[in-house]
Write a protein that binds this ligand. Structure first.
Ligand code: F6P
Length: 535
């Protein structure tokens, strides 16, 4: 893969300006549609020949068979010896998903129905708090995949929230818990302890604080009515004191960062209602079908994946900016950071060898137009070239269409400017025409010219709805899978987060004892300084 991509990239010598000048139909040729999304990939350093070569590279990585293995329930997570079947969570009754040859559809549908029933009971008030009051607020305590997905979606679909208000506590920093509960009433608050393993330090710490908060306000006996658990670890949930009927399970074949479709989405089911959650699943399922059935040449996740690998391995570009021109998607970059960087931020391949090429880029981003007044300077004129995913919709998710047109004009103007820039000559002429002296214009022209040729994708939808959002998330999930195939890494483990966790457990007692002798002098001095300055 690496050598082929390098060879292709070494031959590449066309600018976006040239490509558009030589092909008046480029803007409609390099566009594909699927599951309600329109991907415009014309503003990339590719032509038909490069694309075909990239498809060949993917096919030579045995992509089609590997995709079949994923959907077929084979143990593609080789280091944890598990299948990876989050698409099964979007399944309908007549879909086929198996683990060890046994259909999992009825388990999936039953777990979903049970969570929906609970959500309806919270929403309609047939399940109430210890003092008989209807729940007005639901607090999801979780971190990583047990937080980012539900949080991101609750922000994205805010106008559709018609049930108890959702809140999310993730950070072990006490400020997060305290600021959240400061604004809510224990009598009308339901806590969801969301943790696949039910051992995650931050989540268990915050869960204990929540128990204490309820117990102090309403008495220990109130805890049973104010808590539910979303987990795969039945023993740990019951040891924590949450009864079986309040536990909503899922399976080890659901990775944390792919779990929002499972009962980890319960806060969404409660806030938005099962009907809206179903629409989200429906949109994601449409993208699953598109990914499985569309030819590679029009397959959105495949194209996104190939472009990413082309820039990362062909040109050494180190980041991907995800810039939604949609304020309600303001947590999407954070969500995708976990999805992409925890999945493909790997240096060991599936055979246990160190890879000889780069893998996942840094994913980052902010919503437009705010980013324009912050980091776009670097995007336009910096020395680093950052490919971008722009995301926008034709219609607002509110009634302010005038603002929305301005938002969208900004988005397209940015991708246009980044692609085509402004030459030194143009900048100079403009200034002279505005009455500036030739000397002054000459001095300023280098500063006021833009190199252009900065690549971007533009992902459009008619509106940000549960369906299009589901499709968008699933598109990135399948992109991550496809890149994992190209880089030959296991996208579904995350051993890299373990060392820091273990070190934290080992270091925590030194804050009491003052002895950190097993650690470096820097850490020892850090502990000493913090202890000395602790109030
Ligand atoms: O530390 C990383 C991680 O394991 C993520 O993969 C996961 O989403 C997060 O922690 C939370 O894990 P859990 O749901 O088990 O609490």
């Amino acid at each position: 893969m690496k050598d082929q991509i390098n060879a292709l990239a070494n031959q590449w010598n066309q600018s976006l300006k040239d490509l558009f000048e030589h092909d008046s139909e480029r803007g409609s040729r390099f566009v594909t549609m699927g599951a309600g999304l329109r991907l415009d990939y014309s503003k990339h350093w590719i032509d038909q020949a490069v694309f075909e070569a990239l498809f060949d590279i993917l096919v030579n990585c045995d992509f089609v068979a590997k995709r079949d293995q994923l959907f077929g329930g084979e143990k593609v997570n080789v280091t944890e010896d598990r299948p990876v079947l989050h698409p099964a969570l979007r399944a309908q009754a007549n879909d086929a998903f198996h683990v060890n040859g046994v259909s999992i559809i009825s388990d999936v549908l039953q777990a979903r129905d049970r969570a929906y029933t609970f959500a309806d009971q919270i929403r309609d008030g047939s399940l109430v708090g210890a003092t008989g009051k209807k729940f007005t607020d639901v607090v999801n305590i979780g971190i990583g995949g047990s937080d980012l997905g539900p949080l991101m979606i609750s922000e994205a679909l805010k106008p559709l929230i018609d049930g108890p208000r959702p809140h999310y506590v993730s950070n072990v920093d006490g400020a997060h818990f305290h600021d959240t509960v400061a604004a809510i009433d224990p009598e009308t608050t339901l806590f969801l302890i969301a943790s696949k393993t039910f051992t995650t330090q931050e989540t268990m710490h915050n869960a204990s604080k929540a128990q204490q908060w309820i117990s102090e306000a309403l008495g220990h006996g109130a805890i049973a009515s104010h808590f539910a658990a979303l987990s795969t670890n039945t023993d740990a949930v019951s040891a924590f004191g949450i009864p079986k009927e309040r536990m909503f399970g899922f399976w080890d074949w659901v990775g944390g960062r792919y779990s929002v479709w499972s009962t980890i989405g319960l806060s969404l089911m409660i806030a938005l209602g099962p009907g809206v959650f179903d629409r989200l699943l429906h949109g994601a399922r449409e993208m699953d079908l598109h990914f499985r059935e569309s030819p590679l040449s029009s397959n959105i996740p495949v194209i996104m994946a190939l472009l990413g690998v082309w820039y990362r391995n062909g040109f050494g570009l180190q980041t991907l900016a995800v810039l939604p021109y949609e304020q309600r998607l303001h947590r999407l970059p954070a969500y995708l950071q976990q999805m992409e960087m925890e999945s493909n931020g790997k240096r060991i391949d599936r055979e246990g060898q160190a890879v000889a090429y780069d893998t996942c880029p840094v994913i980052w981003g902010e919503p437009g137009t705010n980013g324009q007044h912050a980091f776009f300077q670097l995007l336009h004129q910096g020395t680093l070239i950052c490919p971008i995913d722009f995301i926008l919709s034709a219609n607002p998710s509110n009634t302010d269409s005038e603002s929305h047109v301005l938002l969208n004009a900004n988005c397209l103007a940015q991708s246009e400017s980044l692609a085509f820039g402004k030459s030194h000559e143009q900048a100079y002429q403009e200034m002279v025409e505005q009455g500036m002296s030739a000397a002054q214009a000459g001095r300023l022209a280098p500063h006021r010219s833009f190199p252009g040729n900065r690549p971007s994708s533009t992902i459009m939808m008619t509106q940000l709805t549960p369906e299009t959002l589901g499709a968008l998330i699933a598109a990135y999930e399948h992109k991550v899978f496809t890149q994992g195939v190209l880089w030959n890494v296991n996208s579904y483990d995350q051993w890299g987060v373990e060392l820091g966790k273990a070190q934290c457990n080992a270091l925590r007692p030194s804050f009491d004892s003052g002895c950190a002798s097993d650690f470096s002098s820097s850490t020892q001095e850090g502990v000493r300084w913090l202890r000395k300055n602790m109030h």
